[in-house]
Design a protein around this ligand. Structure first.
Ligand code: RB5
Length: 151
């Protein structure tokens, strides 16, 4: 299950993503916003990020104007590794190396076709573990204790 959220600026891109997910057969939950009335992206980032953090959803996709604000908000939730991407390579590597569990994109930054290409790379990317697991664990330690064990 994929958690989706956007603000009013990102809603059109989110709708394109929903169409793509429908076509490919992915199940998702939309945590809002549901219209183009001006709103505050942290409120929607929080709902989707909580759904991923508490494992109601496996991963999440967020859209705002730049992808920046909504990703910063999501990354405040413990256990979230949200990456804001405007290129497919970073999206793929964020899965393979960083085990990103949320993807954010900006509707004012990427067009629909590029966004869907980024999304495809991110959805198909597999976490490689190994040497990367050490680094992801260190990220978690910073989040939990503000320190890295042994450093
Ligand atoms: C809303 O105007 C805009 O600030 C928001 O969509 C996003 O770009 C924030 O990072």
């Amino acid at each position: 299950m994929i958690a989706l959220a956007s603000d009013h600026v990102g809603i059109e891109l989110k709708r394109s993503i929903m169409e793509y997910l429908d076509e490919k057969g992915y199940a998702y939950v939309d945590y809002g916003t549901y219209d183009t009335v001006r709103c505050n992206y942290p409120e929607y980032a929080l709902k989707a990020a909580n759904a991923v953090a508490n494992q109601e959803c496996d991963r999440g996709i967020l859209c705002c104007g730049t992808g920046v604000g909504i990703s910063i908000a999501a990354n405040k939730v413990k256990g979230i590794r949200c990456v804001v991407c405007s290129d497919p390579y970073s999206a793929l590597l964020s899965r393979q190396h960083n085990d990103s569990n949320m993807l954010a994109m900006g509707s004012r930054v990427v067009g629909k076709d590029l966004a869907l290409m980024i999304l495809e790379c991110w959805l198909n990317g597999e976490y490689e573990g190994g040497r990367h697991a050490v680094r992801v664990r260190e990220i978690s330690q910073i989040e939990t204790t503000g320190e890295i064990e042994g450093i």
